[in-house]
Design a binder for this molecule. Sequence first.
Ligand code: AHM
Ligand code: MG
Length: 332
Amino acid sequence: MSQVTVTEHLLIHQKKSPAASGVFTQLLYDLILSAKLISRSVSKAGLLDVLGETGEINVQGEQVQKLDEYANSVLIHRMERSGALCLMASEENADIIPVPERFTRGDYVLIFDPLDGSSNIDVNINVGTIFSIHKRITSAAAPAIEDVLQPGYRQVAAGYVLYGPSTMLVYTTGMGVHGFTLDPSVGEFLLSHPDMRIPESGKYYSVNEGNAAMWDQPTREAINYFKGSENRRGQPYSSRYVGSLVGDFHRTLLYGGIFAYPKVYQKPGEGKGKLRLLCEAAPLAFVVEQAGGKATDGERRILELVPQRLHERVPLFIGSPRDVDDAMRFMK
Ligand code: AHM
Ligand code: MG
């Protein structure tokens, strides 16, 4: 593995891009520090659970929190002190989170899912943190919801941290996608996957097929296409589904193929997506496009969707460009 740390990589990129500033680099630096703190706790999840059962106070005399609450509070606590942000939004918080006036406020807006797939924690399966960074667009003293409700193509950075067998950080600032692996012995993320490119097509499809009876006909046909032998490969794609978006996405990025969370119809005419546009779909869409892939909601490019609400949910088809195009032939 290279010896380039994520901080060095950021500084090199900062020189290449006049748009990037020292403030922005500080923001990413604080985000990385938060990820290391969360990673440390995730790796002890089983042990923390044991402590949690003894009365919810750990040996330090601290309240034992559920890990997703812990991850959320680590991110809010660290990032409001970064000096780069004016506003945050988290999957865990119903409303936007303005940076308190007692801290230095910057021009950036951070949206995150602190611990995606957290239902997998108890069974020791991968979880992740997803982040999306925008530049503020309003000019009044206080930041506003409009600063968060921006279409994905305006993101200045996005990425995720995967807490797997190794902890990995994958991010883009619009100049390709770069992956780093945390070396726990030195506490640094080291460049392990420079300039990541998603394969043109893959051999895996990834979807919760338990929902198949609640999909619409075009979705069923699209998924059947991958399962049949009349597809691009001339043989069935293999199925892979973790149920942790970061894990499923990361595999798709490396091996190619398609991940889908289509609309689910609980009642006729009322199809709904599950994944959140702002903190899940848009950041991963930015990453996948920067790696040469595609992301759509079945009709439109994810990055062009204009969010109407903070916790808006969308259907998602994301992955290798040919596989997403093949699925979209059924959707149109
Ligand atoms: P969460 O943010 O509440 O963890 O939900 C998002 C997760 C994703 O990680 C994953 O892709 C999806 O929900 C799995 O949903 P399902 O269990 O319906 O397949
Ligand atoms: Mg989530």
